[in-house]
Design a binder for this molecule. Sequence first.
Ligand code: C2E
Ligand code: CA
Ligand code: CA
Length: 768
Amino acid sequence: MINNLNKKEINVKKRLFKMTLFILIIIMSLFIFSSVSINLLRKINKQFHVDNIHSLMNEYKLNIDNQLNSDIEKLISLSYFLNNNDSINIDNFVNSLKDYSNNGDFVRISYYLLSNDYMSVISSNNDHYNKNIADLRIELKNLIQDCYTNKVPTISEVYFDYEFNDYFISYSVPIFNSSNEIVGVLSASRFLDVFFNILDSPTIFNKKLNIDWINSNGEFISWSKESLLDTKLSTIYDSNHVSDNEQLNIKNNIENNAYFQSSLSYKNKDYDLFFIPLKFNNWYLIYLDKLAVFDKPVSKLLDSINLFTALIVITILILLASILLYIKNNNKELMLLAYSDKLTGAYNFEKFSSSAVELLSLNDKQYSFVTLNIRHFQFINTILGTENADLLLIYISEVLNKSIHSDEVYCRYNADQFYLLLHATNKDELLNRVSKIVNDIIEYINNKINMNYPLSLYSGIAIHDETFINDSNALEVFNTLIYRAEFTQKHIEEEYESSIVLYDENMHKAKLLYKSIEMDMLSALENEEFKLFLQPKMDFKTNIITSAEALVRWIKDDGSVIYPDEFIPVFEKNGFCTKLDIYMLEKAFQKIRSWIDNGKKPIPISVNQTKLLFYQADYIDTLSTFVNKYNIPKKMIVLEFTESLATDNIDDLNKTLSKLKELGFVISLDDFGSGYSSLNILSSLNIDEVKFDRVFLQKNSDNDKYKSTIMNLVNLSKDLSLSTVMEGVESKEDELFLKEIGCNYGQGYFYSKPISSDEFDEKFIYKN
Ligand code: C2E
Ligand code: CA
Ligand code: CA
């Protein structure tokens, strides 16, 4: 039970944790799944986008390549005309060139014959003139040279022509004679507008890309109209926008004439840069991708899905957090309810015990358990009324709350019972603390409640000390502490003596024995566990055993013996002694009867009788029944009473004693001299014999004083015609002294210890 609440709390926490983890995992999986899917979609989309760009760029590339190709084709077909005419009529040729030029494709067509060092030039405005090769611009000169050397159609780089004040490109094709030897070069030039138109027109899918055109050195030939960059770069190797690595990458790829992709950063953003090679001169078309152009709708959709998922996740997380918070608070309240005493707000026992066990399991373990209770709380409840009595309990709790330290706990167990676990094991310290707490409570309550009744508190304290078994665990220690403190408190509740008492192990043991004696006495009587023992008495006149005293022994089933000193006081308290004494008396009757029946001379037996018997109305009747039943000679049974009997009304007592004597009993006054004996009793009581207590024979410093006292007492008794018996004769010396002073009988270990009646028979009755 002790740790149940803690376990429950831990269980709830565990379950909450599991649930939270579970939900979190689900949410995270959802989130991861959606992110992965979205990323995949993005990738697919991107790939699609890239493919799309490639195909579009390819269209531009093909268009430009086609234009270049067709320009060259035209020149080649023109060159055939020259090929097939070994002897060229220059005028005819010039005329046909003129026709060609009139078509407007070329700005200028030139013919260069190997034998001549001049070119025949026909310009688009139909001028015909000859130009000296040496006067040609370097680009043309190189073009012609390359074409002549390589014997293949060649295209020049873009160049600026001052004559037309515009950019040009020129083509050259070789001219062969009938024996296939190169004889000259045909060359034509054109403005770039036809290319610009291509780059500026939409594709067949009616999409338009902003395409730039660069040469093999990375220099821009043309810029798209809506270039992303504000400033037109002169070269793609602009270090402001393209990293060193990318520059190298671009250079390598251009050298290899490859399709490739690079990147360019502009205003802190990275953009993809697509490169597609043209067929000639390692020219490239490039496209700076703003990305958003094509995938905008999809991207937007993905973004909103992403945002939506994120929103859902956040909402669920917030929801979860608030649910958890709610559960936690709720749980706290529930726990508080489950943990506290409703009236005082103090811990209840469950919480107290779990906390106490925890404290007791700490290293130093220096704790003590204190109970606190109000005397006559039931009565206080009636005089104060329930409401005020409740207030009183609340005030006590308030004082306790202030009095305990941070490493201590207390609770209200029930009604007016409080428990405290204090961090101290020193007896004085504990007594001081608890008595201070008790005084504080009384003072506090006197100030708060007007009560015409003295408030009295009592407290039992159990210390966690060396009497505990070393390896007992905290829970065992706790239970033992409660048990001991409760026991102590209970003890003083009955005693009405002191208010704050420490647990005492011996007191506890006595109490336990007391309880077990009370529990077993009835069955012991039924089972005849009370046995008759006899101790002989010596007659000093004849020096033989002439009588005996009956002494009870409780012999249990297991053979263990309990002596009367342990149980007679208990029985005198609870009244059972009367039953036992009657029982023992009957045993004595039976013994004497058996001696007579066995033809032996009976000897008198003294039987101890509790004074309680005198308050029993049927005492005389019971004894007369025995007398009739066993029919033994008179004066065979001696009844021993203690002198405490004489505190009651002497006249009534004497009447009873007379009746007993009439029935044939002898009356003896037992233990004379042990208490506050008065000599008066000897003369006023109707007795036959006085038994002096063995204190008179005990060896002590006042030996002589005792001796003279006993001598006087024996003399006094003789004067009163009482026979005298001395108990506790333990030596020859004792016997000599008793004989000397004229004592009649002696009883003691010197003759025999009390022995079982069987043994007594054997030793003293049936010995001959
Ligand atoms: P008591 O009546 O004074 O009995 C004498 C006690 O002194 C016996 O103790 C006996 O064993 C002891 N005794 C005898 N000789 C010597 C000796 O030489 N030295 C010492 N030191 N002690 C000696 P026991 O048998 O333990 O009885 C104790 C007391 O119990 C008795 O004291 C008597 O008061 C009471 N008692 C015993 N049996 C009964 C009974 O049946 N009924 C009642 N009411 N009381 C009984
Ligand atoms: Ca006695
Ligand atoms: Ca005695």
